[in-house]
Write a protein that binds this ligand. Structure first.
Ligand SMILES: Cc1ncc(COP(=O)(O)O)c(C=O)c1O
Length: 464
């Protein structure tokens, strides 16, 4: 079989047998997607041998880049030694070591980890932990879960109920009972006045009061909210969330599925926020995406109180704390520490921010830049100087046609995102060096030039 025949067969087979995730069926049917066959460092290669700079780390997860011998060896050695053991009524060394290595890099007394297989499952576990915690400790009416507008927390029914994106919830309604959404910190973008931050937090408190704080078990927030476009809070915001939760006896969960394991230049993003939440969820970068693994980290006192009041945390799964996945986590954490990965992000975030700022200033389509570390969103507009946004159909054309074609030509992967705006989300592997950052921004420059041309054509269409 020739290579081309093999590739053609793959495409035919995919359209017959493979169900894609969150992919428009018209794009799937039109065969408008690459088949990625190989990865190396910060690059991936498709079935035609084309090379792409992966400015999205797969899906915010390939933190250490592709093709690493150490992570592969960790998985292979573990598979040979003990390919499977459950984590109920028994344990195995790689899960125990993984829980200890996480405790060593989390702030404060976030020392206990419950392992699952994805970010959605981690959020699901957090919801169940919070509800069982209050149920067992004499406050069974405290069940409400609150999250912030536009936030994405996953697709299982609990995590989806927590998600604040009506469009992806609608087909599955009714959602679970007892979930509410409050304002996110978008209004504080670029604000560095503590008075304004306090005023925002006061309004947030009013929203919480309306929901009846005594009924609220858990507030879930990301250190930087990805959905909505790297919504980055100012100093004082997260300590304000901590204060509000303490005042009303609400548990605070940092959903670090994207920000965990180095993306913001610290092992966990809350560290940069100077706050210790009651719980942290993680997934994606925990194994640099080499194998699926997620988890819920809880503070010592919280875990102790649950186990004193209840016979067990009534939750679990066959593959939770899988030996191979936890072995890869151990190798991943060791590499992040030994190779100065966090310092790399801290050292290069200014360069990335400077280059992206230059692009924002040079392109008529580039409106606002938000983010920190290696997590950024560039919001696009029809005319950024006059703050004229795209209409919904223009936005669809930009994100669905103009940008994908330009990215393809540039050999670049970033994420076109329409959740709350018209955006490009940029999130390179944490091993990217100066040269890779330079290449990423050069390629993005050419993409933005094509969007500029589209914007110019819109004015002409109007004049015509
Ligand atoms: C903040 C956040 N939480 C939860 C999830 C769900 O993770 P997963 O896709 O692994 O289920 C995601 C996925 O992108 C996420 O960004």
């Amino acid at each position: 079989m020739t290579n081309q025949t093999y590739v053609d067969d793959l495409r035919t087979s995919a359209s017959k047998h493979l169900i894609p995730h969150f992919t428009k069926s018209k794009d799937w049917a039109a065969n408008r997607w690459p088949i990625i066959v190989e990865g190396d460092g910060c690059f991936v290669f498709d079935d035609q041998g084309r090379k792409y700079l992966d400015g999205l780390s797969g899906l915010f997860c390939v933190n250490l880049g592709y093709g690493r011998d150490d992570l592969v060896a960790a998985a292979a050695n573990q598979m040979k030694k003990l390919s499977f053991a459950p984590n109920w009524k028994e344990a195995h060394p790689s899960a125990i070591e993984a829980s200890a290595s996480i405790a060593a890099v989390t702030p404060g007394d976030l020392n206990r980890t419950f392992f699952v297989n994805s970010g959605s499952e981690a959020v699901e576990a957090a919801i169940k932990f919070a509800r069982q915690y209050f149920w067992a400790n004499g406050e069974p009416w405290r069940r409400r879960i609150i999250t912030r507008h536009l936030a994405y927390h996953g697709t299982t029914m609990g995590a989806l109920s927590a998600t604040a994106l009506p469009r992806i919830k609608r087909p599955f309604e009714p959602m679970l009972d007892g979930f509410s959404h409050i304002s996110n910190s978008m209004a504080l973008t670029g604000v560095d006045d503590p008075v304004l931050v306090e005023e925002h937090l006061r309004l947030l408190e009013e929203e919480i009061i309306v929901l009846d704080p005594s009924s609220i078990a858990l507030l879930i927030a990301e250190p930087i909210q990805n959905s909505g476009g790297a919504i980055t809070p100012p100093a004082g915001y997260w300590s304000g969330l901590r204060r509000l939760c303490d005042k009303y006896g609400i548990l605070l969960l940092a959903d670090e599925v994207i920000t965990g394991f180095g993306r913001l230049g610290s092992f966990f993003g809350v560290e940069s926020m100077g706050v210790i939440p009651d719980m942290v969820t993680f997934a994606k970068g925990a194994t640099s995406g080499y194998v699926p693994l997620g988890g819920l980290i809880v503070r010592d006192a919280l875990a102790s109180k649950l186990f004193e009041a209840a016979p067990s945390f009534t939750h679990g799964s066959t593959f939770g704390a899988h030996p191979v996945a936890t072995a890869v986590l151990n190798a991943n954490v060791a590499a992040i520490s030994n190779e100065g990965i966090l310092d790399n992000v801290k050292d290069l975030q200014n360069l990335l921010s400077k280059e992206l700022t230059r692009l924002r200033e040079n392109h008529i389509c580039a409106y606002q830049l938000r983010g920190s570390g290696f997590l950024w969103a560039l919001e696009l507009a029809a005319d950024s100087e006059n703050m004229r946004p795209f209409t919904p159909s223009q936005s669809e054309e930009v994100l669905g046609e103009v940008v994908p074609a330009a990215l393809d030509e540039a050999g670049l992967i970033v994420r076109p995102d329409d959740r709350g705006g018209t955006m490009l989300v940029i999130s390179p592997p944490l091993v990217a060096n100066e040269e890779i950052i330079g290449q990423l921004c050069e390629r993005l420059d050419t993409v933005l030039s094509k969007v500029d041309r589209f914007c110019e054509s819109l004015s002409k269409r109007k004049e015509g």
